[in-house]
Design a protein around this ligand. Structure first.
Ligand code: HEC
Ligand code: HEC
Ligand code: HEC
Ligand code: HEC
Ligand code: HEC
Ligand code: HEC
Ligand code: HEC
Ligand code: HEC
Ligand code: HEC
Ligand code: HEC
Ligand code: HEC
Ligand code: HEC
Length: 265
């Protein structure tokens, strides 16, 4: 169709040179003409056209015009091919306005399209099943592309002193049930749920009270250490054989050497 128009132009210019003005009304449209009748699209392209402003013009997408050309609306795939993203089954125009292609709208429930570019998060969720893994990506990453929500938009912290900044110490959004934490985790964070253990350890006079929860209960939630992990077998072998449990003499780790019953006597 473009070719046809070019041929017409050439003929027209030729005829015009001959001095005929009768054909002037069939003047061919050029890009600078569009704005004379269309306000919205040229304004959108000028403001947010991205590569559709800098790499191409109106007529590379819209070849010809009504009434001589019935359909001048292009398919995205005329120019975009060779990526998983360009083969998604969701209608391109539901997210992209071609005149402002990077101002992406995210409506409905989206997952497959996101995964066409971001495989990592989805792989993580499949490998670590949780309720989060059943949600659409944009339940959390809503409204604008790249938006990252706060956990506290949807959940209460475990205690009043805990804030959004603490959540990532123990949780990752795409595998929230994989509860791991670093060695420097503050014991106050554990205290949100284990307040009685925290209280017992805090008032203990033994040296364990100087040690953080995460130093003994390392890395993964519910890990319980053996005394011998740190102390080996400190006493004579014969004694350990007679009294196989350290607790028989030392009480519990959080309250070493403190036997409440003895104290009462
Ligand atoms: C003289 C006014 C005028 C000019 C100049 C003009 N258009 Fe249009 N255009 C119209 C009108 C009127 C319609 C609606 C036609 C219809 O609905 O039949 C239209 C419709 C369109 C459509 C929608 C077609 C469809 O099938 O829905 C596109 C795309 C379009 N124009 C692109 C352009 C481009 C690109 C240019 C510049 C190269 C341009 N127009 C220049 C008047 C103009
Ligand atoms: C990257 C290709 C592309 C470029 C560049 C482009 N358009 Fe479009 N345009 C489209 C597509 C695709 C549609 C159909 C959108 C839809 O159906 O939602 C469209 C629709 C239109 C319409 C019809 C709008 C309607 O509501 O029916 C007009 C008018 C239009 N474009 C004008 C222009 C003008 C003027 C320019 C240059 C300033 C331009 N376009 C640049 C792809 C393009
Ligand atoms: C006439 C060719 C053509 C058509 C049709 C076309 N595009 Fe493009 N588009 C380009 C070119 C050229 C670029 C810049 C190079 C690239 O990214 O491939 C581009 C870039 C883009 C970008 C990235 C913009 C940026 O600046 O990074 C998006 C998003 C986009 N196109 C979406 C679409 C969508 C959606 C459609 C269909 C509505 C479409 N394109 C139709 C030619 C086209
Ligand atoms: C669910 C919404 C959604 C749908 C549907 C969608 N896209 Fe995209 N697209 C995006 C997002 C989000 C980006 C990333 C934008 C950014 O980088 O800021 C993007 C980026 C692009 C880009 C530029 C980056 C690149 O990888 O080249 C092009 C081109 C593109 N899309 C074309 C298409 C085409 C063609 C279709 C239809 C087959 C389509 N898109 C369907 C959301 C969508
Ligand atoms: C065409 C490819 C493409 C599509 C489709 C796409 N993204 Fe992106 N996304 C990108 C690119 C490129 C970036 C910016 C680079 C980066 O920070 O990793 C990005 C950034 C992000 C970020 C911010 C990352 C950060 O570290 O700040 C989030 C969150 C995100 N995308 C989520 C989504 C969701 C949810 C969807 C589906 C609705 C989606 N993306 C669709 C390409 C895409
Ligand atoms: C329950 C809410 C939620 C869901 C569902 C979710 N995310 Fe996220 N996502 C987040 C949060 C919060 C972050 C910030 C990092 C963190 O806290 O672990 C994030 C980070 C990201 C990032 C940037 C960092 C990274 O890991 O690469 C991308 C990209 C991303 N998400 C894409 C996705 C995609 C794609 C999906 C769907 C397959 C998805 N997300 C589902 C909440 C969610
Ligand atoms: C957009 C809302 C939203 C955001 C943001 C969000 N979640 Fe959730 N999360 C939910 C919903 C809804 C459930 C399911 C609740 C239920 O069924 O009781 C859930 C469940 C969970 C679960 C239990 C999972 C299971 O399978 O039982 C954990 C743990 C969790 N979220 C932690 C987090 C953390 C940590 C963050 C931030 C990184 C976060 N969530 C961000 C909505 C959200
Ligand atoms: C010190 C580690 C730690 C921190 C910090 C932490 N969590 Fe948790 N969270 C856990 C543990 C452990 C569980 C599992 C409890 C169980 O097994 O019942 C859990 C469970 C959850 C659950 C699912 C069960 C429930 O209570 O509904 C949600 C939701 C949750 N956390 C959200 C958050 C949010 C939001 C933050 C930040 C404000 C946060 N967590 C900070 C350790 C932590
Ligand atoms: C959101 C609440 C929550 C947080 C925060 C939390 N826990 Fe727990 N923890 C629990 C629940 C619930 C249980 C299971 C209780 C039961 O089985 O009686 C548990 C059990 C344990 C157990 C016992 C495992 C067993 O075999 O009996 C240890 C050890 C433990 N947590 C250590 C920690 C440490 C260390 C932290 C801080 C890094 C922490 N917890 C943070 C809720 C939490
Ligand atoms: C993660 C390592 C670790 C584990 C596990 C551990 N301890 Fe300790 N323990 C220590 C450290 C460190 C000290 C302080 C040593 C010092 O300062 O001289 C200590 C001190 C002690 C002391 C001396 C107390 C005092 O106040 O002088 C006793 C007794 C003891 N541990 C017994 C135990 C018993 C019994 C268990 C198992 C129930 C246990 N420990 C588990 C690291 C550990
Ligand atoms: C010195 C190492 C050490 C420290 C520090 C420590 N624990 Fe423990 N914890 C243990 C050991 C060992 C056990 C197994 C029971 C025993 O032998 O005393 C245990 C048992 C537990 C249990 C399960 C049984 C119970 O008593 O409820 C929980 C929950 C627990 N610890 C939480 C915590 C929390 C929370 C902190 C920090 C406030 C903490 N621990 C500090 C070593 C430690
Ligand atoms: C039969 C009782 C008994 C048993 C069983 C026992 N201990 Fe002891 N332990 C003692 C006594 C008594 C002391 C010395 C107390 C003192 O000096 O205050 C002691 C001291 C210690 C000390 C402190 C040493 C120092 O140099 O300060 C550690 C650590 C210790 N025991 C660890 C263990 C561990 C680990 C086990 C189990 C493998 C264990 N004990 C089993 C009675 C016992």
């Amino acid at each position: 169709m473009l070719k046809k128009l070019l041929v017409t132009t050439v003929i027209m210019v030729f005829v015009a040179c001959l001095g005929s003005v009768a054909l002037a009304e069939q003047a061919v449209l050029s890009v600078s003409d569009c704005v004379k009748c269309h306000n919205e699209q040229p304004a959108q392209i000028a403001a947010n056209g991205a590569s559709h402003k800098t790499e191409i013009d109106c007529q590379e997408c819209h070849e010809g015009h009504r009434p001589s050309v019935e359909n001048n609306i292009p398919n995205c795939n005329d120019c975009h091919e060779g990526s998983k993203h360009y083969e998604v089954e969701v209608e391109c125009l539901s997210c992209h306005n071609p005149h402002q292609p990077l101002n992406v709208r995210l409506e409905g429930e989206q997952k497959a399209v996101c995964v066409s570019c971001h495989q990592g998060p989805n792989k993580q969720m499949i490998a670590n099943p949780s309720k989060h893994a059943t949600f659409a990506c944009n339940l959390c990453h809503a409204d604008t592309h790249g938006n990252i929500p706060e956990c506290t938009d949807c959940h209460e912290p475990h205690s009043e002193s805990m804030t959004q900044a603490n959540c990532a110490t123990c949780h990752q959004a795409h595998k929230p049930l994989d509860l791991t934490y670093p060695a420097n985790t503050a014991s106050q964070l554990c205290a949100a749920c284990h307040d009685s253990v925290f209280a017992t350890l805090s008032v203990s006079k033994a040296k364990h009270s100087q040690i953080a929860c995460a130093t003994c209960h390392t890395t993964k939630h519910k890990t319980v250490p053996e005394c011998s992990d740190c102390h080996g077998k400190p006493h004579a072998e014969s004694m350990h054989e007679r009294f196989p449990k350290c607790g028989q003499c030392h009480n519990v780790a959080h309250d070493l050497n403190n036997w409440p019953d003895k104290k009462k006597k």
